[in-house]
Design a protein around this ligand. Structure first.
Ligand SMILES: [Zn+2]
Length: 111
């Protein structure tokens, strides 16, 4: 980030704590000497604090009741695993076992 305009653009992400550690360190070094970014960060933090308190709401009781009623009808899915890789890993021993069974079985018939 060499462009001076780009560092100013990080003020929004900084205000909501969305910068990675490297960007944060770079922006904080800039913030100490940039009145525009200080004002922007203060304004955005004030706005996000207001938004956070305004959107807090409990769901209607009917939603909770419906979720709890329907959760009993949902069968949990098994974890997703790589069946292709597992089949490949097991295919060779299975073929060998099947061949051994066939040989022993064939031998017993011959005997
Ligand atoms: Zn700035």
């Amino acid at each position: 980030m060499n462009n001076a305009h780009e560092i100013h653009a990080l003020s929004g992400a900084y205000a909501v704590d969305a910068l990675d550690p490297e960007e944060r360190a770079m922006f904080e070094a800039h913030l100490g000497s940039c009145a525009a970014c200080q004002a922007e960060v203060a304004s955005l933090r004030e706005a996000t604090a207001v938004l956070g308190s305004e959107v807090e709401a409990a769901p209607p009781a009917a939603v909770r009741d419906r979720v709890l009623a329907e959760i009993a009808t949902v069968r949990p899915l098994p974890p997703v695993i790589d069946l292709a890789g597992r089949r490949r890993r097991w295919a060779r021993p299975l073929v060998a076992a099947a061949a051994a069974v066939a040989l022993v079985g064939g031998g017993a018939v011959v005997w």
